[in-house]
Every structure is written in structure tokens, then in C-alpha cells.
Design a protein around this ligand. Structure first.
Ligand SMILES: C[S@@+](CC[C@H](N)C(=O)[O-])C[C@H]1O[C@@H](n2cnc3c(N)ncnc32)[C@H](O)[C@@H]1O
Length: 160
């Protein structure tokens, strides 16, 4: 990743699209327990953590990101909340077990196939994976959108 990426993203409340309702929906679909063990993969500055804690108020959120300044920022924000455990690390080297692996706007860094292959070993029995990923809402995406879709794990039609 280039420093230009982080210059652009520094100081943002969140680093990708999404909102608390998305987290609540995924948690409900997963049948998440109040004491669930969650991993927020590539958490950035931690925008989804309040919603994840709301979904599992007696649980624990392990928050991992490769970019140290995001984890430092997160540590300052949630430092006193023992339910949150931030650390600097790679998304394909998770240490579970987790009842929910959540990844917002970041799986494209390694590709869906590689991510799912790595995360399965960090899932608890009956655990779930939820991630957000760009997709087309039209059968005729623009050329620019088609180029964006040409990355690991997604073909140029946006199919996985
Ligand atoms: C677009 S941001 C999304 C952050 C956050 N999930 C959000 O929605 O605000 C992508 C994040 O992925 C992180 N990242 C990229 N590659 C990674 C990797 N291999 N392991 C862990 N984090 C990674 C970046 O540091 C960045 O914080």
C-alpha cells in the first residue's frame, strides 16, 4: 500500500462504505449471541466497533489492521473498554476461534478466495463470515466499473 492511500484516508471516521444497520443485519443473519467472539478484520480506525458491540454487548471484538496508526487511533478511543482488543496484524493470519468474522470494505486487498481459505481456520464451530464488497447493480456497468471489478476473487462481471 502506498503512503498516498493513507494520506487520503487519514482522519476519516470510516475508511469504506457501510453503516451500523449493515452490522446489525449481518449479526441477526448470523444469529449472533450476546457474548459472541467477533473479529473485525481490517478494522481501520474502528468505525464498526460500536455496532459490533451493540450486537454482542457481553462479547469481545478483536480488531486487526495492518496499518499501525489506525490501531493506535483505535487504542486511544476504546482503550478503557476491555471488550475490544486491537492489534496490528495481517488479515490472512487470524487467531480464532471467532463466532463472527466481519470485514468491511477490505477483502479485496487479498481477494475473496484467499480470505475465505484463511478465515475458515479461525472460525468457531458454527461461526459465520460477513464481508462487504463492491458489486454491480446493473447488467451493463461502465467500462471504468468493469476495470474496477477485475481483481482477485471477482471476475469482470462482478461474479464471485
Ligand atoms: C478501506 S479500509 C476499511 C477499514 C474499515 N473496515 C472501515 O470500513 O472503515 C481498508 C483497510 O484494510 C487494511 N488492510 C489492507 N490490507 C490488509 C491486510 N493484509 N491485513 C490487515 N489489514 C489490511 C488497511 O490498513 C485499511 O485500514
Amino acid at each position: 500500500m502506498t503512503s498516498a492511500f493513507f494520506t487520503l484516508h487519514q482522519g476519516l471516521i470510516r475508511e469504506g462504505p457501510g453503516e451500523a444497520a449493515d452490522v446489525a443485519w449481518a449479526a441477526e443473519m448470523a444469529g449472533l449471541g450476546r457474548d459472541a467472539r467477533i473479529c473485525d478484520v481490517a478494522c481501520g480506525p474502528g468505525a464498526d466497533i460500536p455496532a459490533l458491540l451493540q450486537a454482542a454487548p457481553e462479547g469481545k471484538v478483536t480488531a486487526v489492521d495492518a496499518h499501525k496508526p489506525f490501531i493506535e487511533e483505535l487504542n486511544m478511543r476504546v482503550g478503557a473498554d476491555k471488550r475490544v482488543v486491537p492489534y496490528v496484524g495481517k488479515m490472512d493470519k487470524l487467531k480464532g476461534p471467532f463466532d463472527l468474522i466481519w470485514c468491511a470494505g477490505a477483502v479485496y486487498f487479498i481477494g475473496i478466495e484467499k480470505a475465505l481459505g484463511a478465515w475458515r481456520y479461525a472460525l468457531a464451530k458454527g461461526g459465520h463470515v460477513a464481508f462487504s464488497e463492491p458489486c454491480f447493480f446493473t447488467d451493463a456497468p461502465s467500462q471504468g466499473a468493469r476495470v474496477l471489478g477485475q481483481r482477485p476473487g471477482v471476475d469482470c462481471e462482478g461474479h464471485r
